[in-house]
Design a protein around this ligand. Sequence first.
Ligand code: THU
Length: 133
Amino acid sequence: MTPAVATADWEKLRAVAQDAMSRAYAPYSGYPVGVAALVDDGRIVSGCNVENASYGLGLCAECGLVSELQNTGGGRLTHFTCVDGRGEILVPCGRCRQLLFEFGGPDLLLETPAGILTLAEMLPQAFGPDHLR
Ligand code: THU
């Protein structure tokens, strides 16, 4: 736990993620997911997974989150949480770690089943925007 965020803030983020999860569209996997993140200006953004009859086109919850981030003013993600259909803390999939890296970088804090970890720990040696500069 970092001093920058109190336990209650993680609980709030988890509640927002759970609320988003309740709106997931996951008729094929039956596995609803919700995510929420704090932005460096104090906003909270969230997302749920949205699947598709063409299975491979399904959108992870993180896709909705980064889309909302960008569409509501941008900024940097600082704290992130992800929950499954039972409200249990879930790790983001590999592709979504990459999505998060774009907008949170290595210092983004993630709530995981193994505790609070940085994105650098969850996605070591990440390829990112700096490689294209
Ligand atoms: N899923 C997410 O939305 N985010 C993740 O990080 C893990 C997986 C979704 C994708 C799919 O709709 C369902 O979970 C089962 O894989």
